[in-house]
Design a binder for this molecule. Structure first.
Ligand code: ATP
Ligand code: MG
Length: 1079
């Protein structure tokens, strides 16, 4: 939950002096002290912040505090510098008003700290991001660099700013920092060569010697010991709470962040070292023959080292320290320098070197931090200028510093006191004037162009003739004597003639912050700010690029005889520019107060504070504020800002803005004494009323924001919905289209299919018809063609070439055949049927014919041969043929019988008287008569018998007697068995039961076996009504001998009696016949 606090909550004293009651200087101081004692160092006077330096760190600058003050109204929380920073930042960001934060107060009052707090606050609350953070970091880190080179320990402040600084921070429209521009004002350069007692030179010298590494120091030709350097005061070299070594590291780091290159840092340090070396150069007098004194450098070592550091030729610089060349028109006059002048030249060079280096640093930082974008910038300026100073011994610098403070005070008066009161009058607000001291008169005393002190000084400096500080004072005494704020012993104003506090060589000015006594010594010199041209030319000759860059006037090509503008003139001009710049911006004041002179915490020296309160015009400030109004605003922006608080003015007010504001106030029921209507502005008396308005506005803005959000969300959702709906319709349309398209494609393809089938069917039908017609036509054509062809061929055949081929072919074939047949005729083979010769085939195509002719010829030849046969011979051949049918390839004996003629009657039985008896006994014609061996079954031996075959019987008779032993009718023969071998054995097998069978079968052997069997077969076949005689050809057969059956077995092998067949009885049942293999 947000914690609601207010300025009035837990208040110590009063947070805003406007609320102080009763208001007096004492109560004012008491309030300050009270708050200071309770660590409340900030107090408001309206929108002005009074800051009392606590001289110790307070836990009020934490990030939590930043968050607490962020975006809160100025008067909402207890006074804080953050509230002012926040107010300034927000009005810059939200109201587009350029801002400036003016921090004033005397030295050590906390201005620099305050400026850093403001910057860090703004950095913390503004935008974030890589680029923005870099810019912020660079802006913040520019402080340590400038402080190292521009701050020094003084008796009033250990970290006193010895230059004025005004920094413009630039923001874009979002309030993000873009960059910045730093302006520096008059560095107190005299400090480089001489420091008042108890003070130090600029921090950087001590930081360099304490913090740099041995190596760096060696390179810079420096020693760590401060006492080695004339320019460094020793009595306060070490400062409590200041760690120079650590600061050096911080500075180097900061330089890196800001964007200094390593070589740039090195150059800067070389220049710092060169200044230290320069301080060590000492001179001694040397009298010349013309009586004048001349200076000589005592020990040239430092000079040498310095020259080495800066790349300057030693002799050049040595000469520049000894001579001064004055150029006037076309003349060049060179004079020698005495020791004092040499020292003066040395110090002038050191001071110039250092100031120019400082200015270069500012320029270099500006280069880094300058805003990149060209867009319009909003600007917040932070002014941290050296505070008002009153020393015992005040010189030109103090005069300048105090002049600047005078100007700032004037701005303050202008904007807060005078301007405010004038505004009331202008606006017609009832107002009782409040007296305040306007320091314009002091400013005039100093800066008036005719008779102002600075103008006098310039006049003196430019005046020919002898010009000294005394002449300048004289002039002042004459011109300013009458001025009520100018005091001098020698002035015509007799008031001060006896004022011993005012020395003769001094003048005093009654500043707004008090009287300050200025010693005129050095005024002319410092204002002239002269650096002998010889020295600047020597510097320009340096090879060190930075040095060369710092002394452009040393360029001999650009010799300018015009005097450069004086320091006072320059300062006045830059202060003038600054003031004009500040006036264009919305001012925010931080008035710093120093509570004590001891830089101590918890000490509140009342007199000191009272003095500051007085000269700062704080009491007047409160009075004006109390009498006046806390807030004012022109009607238009006021109406614009608060119009949403009233229904009648929201959203548009049509009438004049003032009436709108009046309506608004009435509607909001703001008490009438809380505000007044001016001519162009409304004046609100109390901050509370403003808070009330702001709070109502905030609430209203929240409501409006909610309303806008609501409408926007509604609009967004509705737009989204409509878009969705639109999209849905589009999608649906597309989908429907797609579906219909698909359906259409389907229907189309189906239709096409049906169509194609129908068309196909029709086409096929047509095709068939056409084909039929075509065929008919073709048939007709073919028939006609054939018919015509036939006709034509018939008519023209004789003329056809094609027929010629056939004819030739036939003719050729005829000729070939003729030749072939004639050839065959002449080469006919012999008529013997067994002759195998036949002429060779002349043509392959006649192969079949040739073979057929051969076969026919053979058949014919055989027929011819047969036709020559007689009946007898035919019978013989028939027998032979039959023999062949019976035995060929069945009995081995057959082949030997082929060539033997079948004689039949080998015994010539009818003729041989021996067989007369036998012949008569056999009545029939003997077909075959031969001697056979009848095999004895008992021993296998043969007995010769005459074998006779007639047409009906087979007769066996005794060979010697011719007695018939057996006569077997052919009808009784069942079969004849023979072997397959070449033997002559054969068995006549008788039919079972026949009369002949009683004696058994006959086993016989004959040399004419083939003939006997053939004839037997033939005869048997021709015998009436009987089946053909069976002839068994087998190597084993049974022979019936009476009752016994004997097996006759034929075997190949060697017989006992040589080459003849042998028969042997093996046992009762077996007769073995051995047939020789060769037989
Ligand atoms: N808000 C603060 N909190 C703590 N210490 C502070 C604060 N403001 C100032 N100081 C202390 O006071 C010292 C002097 O402050 P600062 O340097 O800001 O003075 P100044 O007004 O800038 O003086 P000068 O005009 O000499 O530059 C600081 O070094 C610091 O120690
Ligand atoms: Mg300061």
């Amino acid at each position: 939950m947000e914690v609601k606090t207010s300025l009035l909550d837990n208040m110590i004293g009063v947070g805003d002096m406007v609320l102080l009651e009763p208001l007096s200087e004492d109560s004012f101081l008491e309030n300050l002290r009270n708050r200071f004692d309770h660590n409340e160092i900030y107090t408001y006077i309206g929108s002005v912040v009074i800051s009392v330096n606590p001289y110790r760190s307070l836990p009020i600058y934490t990030p939590d505090k930043v968050e607490e003050y962020r975006n809160r109204n100025f008067y909402e929380l207890s006074p804080h510098i953050y509230a002012l920073a926040d107010e300034a930042y927000r009005s810059l960001r939200d109201q587009d008003k350029d801002q400036c934060i003016l921090i004033t107060g005397e030295s050590g009052a906390g201005k620099t700290e305050a400026s850093k707090l403001v910057m860090s606050y703004v950095a913390a609350v503004c935008g974030k991001g890589q680029e923005v953070n870099k810019v912020k970091e660079q802006l913040l880190q520019s402080n340590p660099v400038l402080e190292a080179f521009g701050n020094a320990k003084t008796v009033r402040n250990d970290n006193s700013s010895r230059f004025g600084k005004y920094m413009d921070i630039e923001f874009d429209f979002k309030g993000d920092p873009l960059g910045g521009v730093i302006s520096n004002y008059l560095l107190e350069k005299s400090r480089v060569v001489k420091q008042p007692r108890g003070e130090r030179n600029f921090h950087i010298f001590y930081q360099l010697l304490s913090g740099a590494s041995d190596d760096t120091l060696k390179k810079l030709k420096l020693e760590r010991d401060f006492s080695k350097y004339n320019y460094l005061s020793l009595d306060s070299a070490a400062v409590n709470g200041l760690d120079d070594a650590a600061s050096f590291r911080t500075v180097r780091n900061a330089m890196q962040i800001v964007g200094f290159m390593e070589d740039e840092m090195q150059s800067v340090l070389q220049l710092v070292a060169a200044v230290l070396k320069l301080g060590n150069i000492e001179f001694k007098p040397e009298s010349r023959c013309n009586g004048t004194d001349e200076s000589r450098i005592k020990d040239k070592n430092d000079l040498k080292e310095m020259c080495e550091l800066l790349g300057i030729e030693q002799s050049v610089l040595e000469r520049a320290f000894s001579y001064r060349t004055v150029e006037a028109k076309l003349e060049k006059v060179s004079t020698t320098l005495n020791v004092a002048q040499a020292y003066y030249a040395r110090d002038a060079l050191a001071k110039n070197l250092y100031t120019r280096l400082f200015s270069w640093l500012v320029t270099r930082i500006n280069e880094s931090i300058k805003a990149q974008a060209n867009a319009r910038h909003k600007v917040m300026g932070v002014l941290d200028i050296y505070g008002f100073e009153i020393f015992e011994d005040n010189s030109f610098e103090q005069f300048i510093i105090n002049y600047c403070n005078e100007k700032l005070q004037q701005i303050f008066i202008e904007l807060t006191l005078r301007e405010e009161q004038e505004e009331y009058v202008r606006e017609g607000i009832e107002w009782t004037n409040i007296e305040y001291f306007n320091n314009a008169i002091i400013c005039d005393l100093i800066e008036n162009n005719q008779n102002g002190i600075l103008a006098m000084l310039d006049e003196e400096c430019l005046r020919p003739g002898t010009v000294t500080d005394e002449t300048f004072l004289d002039k002042l005494n004459t011109i300013c004597a009458e001025h009520q704020h100018f005091e001098s012993r020698l002035s015509k104003n007799s008031k001060f003639l006896n004022d011993h506090s005012l020395p003769h060589s001094c003048f005093r000015i009654q500043h707004y912050a008090g009287k300050v006594l200025y010693r005129t010594e050095g005024f002319v010199d410092k204002n002239n700010d002269l650096l002998y041209r010889d020295l600047s030319q020597a510097m320009y000759k340096a090879t060190h690029s930075l040095i060369k860059q710092l002394f452009p006037e040393g360029n001999p090509a650009k010799v300018n005889l015009k005097r450069p503008p004086t320091a006072g003139f320059q300062f006045k001009a830059s202060v003038g520019t600054l003031m004009r710049n500040l006036q264009t911006k919305n001012p925010n004041y931080i008035r710093c107060i120093k509570p004590n002179d001891k830089k101590a915490s918890h000490i509140f020296t009342e007199s000191l504070v009272r003095h500051q309160v007085r000269y700062l015009g704080l009491m007047e400030n409160v009075r004006v504020r109390r009498a006046g109004y806390a807030f004012r605003q022109p009607y238009e922006p006021c109406l614009e800002r608060y119009k949403m608080l009233c229904k009648r003015t929201w959203p548009h007010w049509r009438g004049p803005a003032r009436e709108g504001v009046e309506t608004l106030m009435v509607d909001l029921q703001v008490p009438t004494d809380e505000f007044s209507y001016g001519r162009s502005k409304i004046f609100i008396r109390n901050p509370r009323t403003l808070f009330f308005l702001e709070e109502r506005r905030r609430q209203c803005l929240e409501d409006l924001a909610t309303l806008i959000q609501k409408i926007y969300r509604g609009w967004k959702r509705r737009t989204e919905f409509l878009q969705l709906k639109k999209s849905q319709i589009v999608v649906a349309a597309w989908y429907r289209r797609f579906a219909q398209q698909k359906k259409y494609v389907k229907i189309k393809s189906a239709t096409t299919m049906v169509q194609s089938y129908t068309r196909g069917w029709q086409a096929r039908k047509l095709l068939r018809e056409l084909k039929y017609q075509k065929r008919c036509k073709e048939a007709v054509t073919t028939i006609a063609a054939y018919w015509h062809g036939t006709q034509v061929r018939r008519e023209y055949r004789k003329f056809f070439r094609a027929n010629a081929g056939k004819k030739i072919y036939e003719f050729t074939i005829q000729r070939i055949m003729q030749k072939y047949f004639l050839g065959l005729k002449h080469n006919m083979p012999p008529m013997s049927p067994i002759d195998k010769n036949w002429p060779a085939r002349p043509y392959r195509f006649l192969d079949g014919v040739h073979k057929e002719l051969q076969r026919i010829f053979h058949l014919w030849r055989c027929k011819k041969y047969r036709s020559r046969f007689t009946e007898e011979k035919k019978a013989v051949y028939e027998e032979k043929l039959e023999a062949s049918e019976i035995f060929k390839d069945k009995k081995a004996l057959y082949s030997s019988s082929v060539s033997q003629p079948f004689k039949g009657d080998y015994l010539e039985i009818s003729k041989n008287p021996k067989y007369q008896k036998l012949s008569s006994a056999v009545e029939e014609k003997v077909l075959l008569a031969d001697v056979v061996n009848k095999i004895n079954r008992a021993n296998g031996k043969g007995t010769a018998r005459i074998f006779l075959l007639t047409k009906k019987n087979v007769v066996l008779a005794d060979q010697k007697t011719g007695q018939v032993k057996a006569s077997v009718p052919l009808l009784d023969l069942a079969s004849v068995s023979v072997s397959t071998l070449s033997d002559g054995f054969f068995a006549l097998r008788l039919k079972q039961g026949s009369a002949s069978a009683i004696k058994g079968d006959f086993l016989l052997s004959s040399e004419h076996l083939i003939e006997i069997i053939t004839k037997l077969h033939r005869t048997g076949a021709t015998a009436a009504d009987q089946d053909q005689l069976n002839i068994d050809i087998s190597d084993e057969f049974l022979v019936q001998f009476k009752q016994d059956k004997v097996c006759v077995k034929f075997m190949r092998g060697a017989a006992r009696n040589g080459n003849s067949v042998s028969c042997k009885r093996k046992n009762n049942r077996l007769l073995e016949v051995w047939v020789p293999t060769t037989a």
